[in-house]
Design a binder for this molecule. Structure first.
Ligand code: URP
Ligand code: ZN
Ligand code: ZN
Length: 466
């Protein structure tokens, strides 16, 4: 069945053009003015924007944190994603049982996602505890056989990698053209401070950001970038950048001429601040790592996006229910499961708070939410762009419709949104995946298991343009 989206404005990462879009057999066939066909279904997009389906490269569906589990699985988490305009996710795997090798979690995650996800999906592999010979050979094998061309490691948490192992991984990544994504916080600083606050009985949420200072992020970013530089420019990607201090390290590395890295931030670090932790009960909602920062950090991150210094905006979607799961931290913030929902909110927040408030151009919104994620994670030009031969993953946005963001209208399993009450200008009207309408006026119309597993190509970070 052919479809033609008529009279809209098609947005890419570089421009907005008035054009019609012809869709056939799940693909985009043409993008030009004045397309007609007798046998096509017409969708009128007059006065609307047509964007590529958004890609969220940092989610944690069904995340097992040992003592609890994130409350969105691959079915309802991807329903929430779809309703928020995201048609592809790349999920970060949980740590597996202590001592396991990377293949273990690849197999586990297929069991969790296959037949459940309603949108297309891929995985980042996970590296834990060590980087012995078998770990390194599995990186190469998994990237070749599974199309998992990015692996995540942590510089903090119990299953972190220490510097010698990080360096071994980076050398392997350079050889295999595999992207290493990294959670950057200095583990020693964080653990010292958590222990100190614990001993002093300082256990309310306001001590969470104090135990994870911006300097802990900055130091870890600096270290990672030097390690990567020394590993012959191994390709790396900094996840969830939260602070100006961290950003300064990124800028310094760019000034040194470093190119083989990408940087992600998230809406929570652009829009929320650490005053949320002052309320001893409500503060639990925002316990995530890294924590929320100050207004000066937010402004620096917006400026960096506006000046094309960062590469992507993802979510780190990792939801727990407030009334039940987050209450584990009621008498000790250290017991609260870390993370917050965000997969449904991201695109419209970027549209309204970024483009609507003049902080970003509309092509920049597309660049950060669609095109760069596709390029950096080996999905371009199948995903992240509206042009012939790409998958027909498409959003139609009415720029004038206003609404108040509220959890009551949302689809995830968590019982709150951190953005309750945000006034939004712009509404996602239609979401298509591979040419099928899966969301219309906030109603999910797709089906369980319709998402395809995506084997990915190598990252653009491996071969940056000079
Ligand atoms: O607090 C967070 N972000 N939880 C999810 C795991 C991670 O660090 O990305
Ligand atoms: Zn993280
Ligand atoms: Zn994460």
């Amino acid at each position: 069945m052919k479809k033609i989206i008529k009279n809209g404005t098609v947005v890419s990462d570089t421009e907005c053009i008035k054009a019609d879009v012809l869709i056939e057999d799940e693909l985009i066939k043409a993008v030009e003015p004045g397309i007609n066909a007798d046998d096509a279904e017409f969708i009128d997009a007059n006065g609307k924007y047509i964007l590529p389906g958004a890609i969220d490269v940092h989610t944690h569906m069904d995340l097992d944190v040992g003592f609890d589990r994130a409350c969105d699985d691959f079915y309802n988490g991807t329903v929430a994603a779809a309703c928020g305009g995201t048609t592809t996710i790349i999920d970060h795997m949980a740590f597996g049982p202590k001592g396991c090798y990377p293949w273990h979690q690849v197999e586990e995650y297929h069991k969790l996602a296959d037949g459940n996800a309603v949108i297309d999906y891929g995985f980042h592999g996970v590296l834990q505890e060590k980087a012995d010979e078998r770990t390194l050979s599995e990186i190469k094998e998994i990237s070749e056989k599974e199309g998992i061309t990015s692996f995540k490691l942590y510089l903090t948490y119990d299953s972190m990698l220490h510097d010698k192992d990080v360096f071994a991984v980076l050398n392997e990544a350079k050889k295999d053209d595999v992207l290493i994504t990294v959670h950057c916080e200095n583990d020693g600083m964080v653990n010292f401070l958590r222990e100190k606050f614990g001993n002093e009985g300082k256990l309310t949420p306001k001590y969470h950001p104090l135990s994870r200072p911006a300097e802990a992020e900055a130091e870890a970013i600096n270290r990672l970038l030097y390690l990567a530089e020394c590993a012959d420019e191994a390709p790396v990607y900094v996840v969830h950048l939260s602070s100006k201090a961290g950003l300064d390290e990124i800028i310094t590395a760019k000034k040194r001429g470093r190119k083989h890295f990408g940087v992600e931030t998230c809406p929570q670090y652009l829009l929320l601040e650490d005053d949320l932790y002052e309320d001893p009960r409500e503060g639990l909602k925002a316990i995530m790592s890294p924590p929320l920062r100050k207004e000066s950090d937010r402004n620096a991150l917006w400026d960096a996006l506006s000046n094309d210094i960062l590469d992507t905006v993802a979510t780190d979607h990792c939801p727990f229910t407030f009334e039940k799961q987050k209450q584990r931290g009621a008498s000790d913030f250290r017991m609260c499961p870390n993370g917050a929902p965000g997969v449904e909110e991201r695109l419209i927040l970027l549209f309204s708070e970024g483009y609507g408030k003049g902080r970003l151009t509309l092509p920049q919104v597309v660049k950060y939410a669609c095109t760069n994620p596709a390029k950096i994670f080996g999905l371009y030009p199948k995903k992240g762009v509206i042009k012939p031969s790409a998958d027909a993953d498409i959003l139609i946005i009415d720029p004038d419709k206003k609404h108040t963001l509220t959890h009551a209208d949302m689809h995830g399993n968590s019982d709150y949104t951190c953005y309750e009450g945000f006034e939004i200008k712009g509404m996602i009207e239609t979401v298509m995946q591979r040419g099928r309408i899966i969301v219309k006026d906030n109603k999910f119309l797709g089906s369980k298991g319709d998402g395809h597993y995506l084997k990915r190509e190598k990252s653009s970070v491996c071969r940056p343009e000079s």
